[in-house]
Write a protein that binds this ligand. Structure first.
Ligand code: GDP
Ligand code: IMO
Ligand code: MG
Length: 422
């Protein structure tokens, strides 16, 4: 069976931390979509690690880590990630396997991302500029380069043709993008050299065999449900299916083989980049969440926008993914708020609705809040569920009732050990 761990909001829910915490229970950790737009943070033994492409199980001896076919890999960023792991005693060559069918992000994909964003002006997506959109466009347009191509001698010819086409496309945008392709290509070739030191596999076959041997597999999502290309706040989304279905196509797992669906959310909401965010706060409360929660993007360093929990959106994510267990992160950040607000409905065109309408932009949607009592207690040193303050227990009970799914983990700090099981 394959369990899934998915972000239910706009990303950065704390997926990296929880995958690391859960890896002891699994034989394989597999990423199934996204690429270096992701920034997954793990913290233990006083050290903070940020991973972009490498699955968050890499620090554990017991687990194999797979980069699945649905992922897009930038060899340049990948090399940097591996270099950062050099000082730790990890046998990368035997513990990290790469799907031949994963697509490659070329330097010109990154340039195209920048050209597209610049040309959009104020309407830009706020992409991470990692080339994600253009790479998935080449994948679905059937023009992409895959990891498996690197095993054939003509890959450089293929690369040249695609890069030349991209250069012409950059011209069409008619924007001022400065670049030195020669320099970028040198870096790219270095990255490919490093990538080629790893084992390339037919990852779906590997996973079939692992399932036949009853191995336990955890699929690690990137981004979050509201950034899903189909179900997110389009066009302000990423270019992959971040929801449960993405694990089927991104790893080759049949729907019937999916076990638990673990949904992870923050006790409040954040978003980085452009796009609608009904519960966004522009006041002192939002500023406090950002400061206490240290809400800066793990990939781009941009400040994250902050707001109260949006239960309408969260319910939608629970439904789309078929979530069976929930994990609430960053409960510690809400300590000290006298009142906790939860958006339980929207006012939309003069009506009260409890579902996500087609367009949640701007004035369209006004969040309606239910207020709960806050708690003052510092949670960061707590280790057991019976130590949680009554007001937090009430908050949890309220959410469980509304969502009809149990909250199994409450996270009270970034460290591995700051994790409370219920
Ligand atoms: P991911 O993309 O879902 O893996 O999440 P990120 O790593 O981008 O962002 C989550 C941030 O919150 C990281 O800086 C984590 O170290 C931190 N974090 C995770 N869980 C908690 C928590 O319970 N409390 C606090 N204060 N920080 C947390
Ligand atoms: P993790 O896995 C938060 C956002 C970008 C932008 C939009 C499109 O760390 O949760 P893209 O570069 O994918 O074309 O950007 O999606 N975005 C993320 N926001 N966490 C992420 O990943 C994200 N990956 C992309 O900010 O708004
Ligand atoms: Mg992140």
């Amino acid at each position: 069976m394959v369990d899934l761990l998915l972000g239910l909001q706009w990303g950065d829910e704390g997926k990296g931390k929880i995958v690391d915490v859960l890896t002891k229970n699994y034989d394989i950790i597999a990423r199934f979509q996204g690429g270096p737009n992701a920034g997954h943070t793990l913290e233990f033994d006083g050290i903070k690690h940020v991973l972009h492409t490498i699955p968050s199980g890499i620090f554990h001896e017991n687990a194999m880590n797979i980069v699945g076919n649905g992922v897009v890999i930038d060899p340049v960023i990948f090399k940097k990630e591996l270099d950062n792991l050099d000082k730790f005693d990890i046998d990368i060559a035997s513990k990290l396997l790469i799907s031949r069918k994963a697509h490659l992000i070329l330097p010109t994909h990154r340039l195209l991302d920048a050209a597209s964003e610049t040309s959009k002006g104020k309407a830009k997506i706020g992409s991470t500029l990692k080339g994600i959109g253009p790479t998935y466009m080449d994948k679905t347009g059937r023009n992409g380069m895959r990891v498996g191509d690197l095993e054939f001698s003509n890959w450089k010819k293929k690369y040249r043709a695609l890069a030349n086409k991209h250069e012409a496309m950059i011209g069409f945008y008619n924007v001022d993008i400065q670049y030195d392709l020669k320099e970028l290509e040198e870096e790219f070739l270095e990255g490919i050299k490093t990538l080629k030191k790893l084992q390339f596999i037919d990852s779906e076959q590997y996973i079939f065999s692992a399932m036949a041997e009853d191995k336990k597999i955890l699929a690690e999502g990137a981004q979050g449900s509201l950034l899903d290309i189909d179900f997110g706040t389009y066009p302000y989304v990423t270019s992959s299916n971040t929801t449960a279905a993405g694990a089927c196509t991104g790893l080759g797992v049949a729907p019937g083989k999916i076990g638990k669906v673990l949904g992870i959310f923050k006790a409040y909401t954040t978003r980085v980049g452009s796009g609608p965010f009904p519960t966004e706060l522009f006041d002192k409360d939002g500023e406090t969440m950002g400061r206490v929660g240290n809400e800066f993007g793990a990939t781009t360093g941009r400040p994250r926008r902050c707001g109260w929990l949006d239960l309408v959106a969260l319910k939608y994510a629970v439904q789309i993914n078929g979530v069976t267990e929930l994990m609430m992160m960053k409960a510690d950040v809400l300590s000290g708020f006298e009142t906790i607000k939860v958006c339980t409905a929207y006012q939309y065109n003069g009506k009260t609705i409890q579902h996500l309408p087609y367009n949640i932009e701007g004035e369209n949607v006004i969040p309606l809040y239910t207020e709960l009592k806050g708690w003052a207690k510092d949670l960061t040193k707590l280790t057991k569920a019976d130590q949680l303050p009554p007001a937090l227990n009430d908050y949890i009970a309220f959410l469980e009732k509304e969502l009809n799914v149990p909250i199994k983990i409450v996270s009270v700090g970034p460290d591995r050990l700051q994790t409370i099981y219920r």
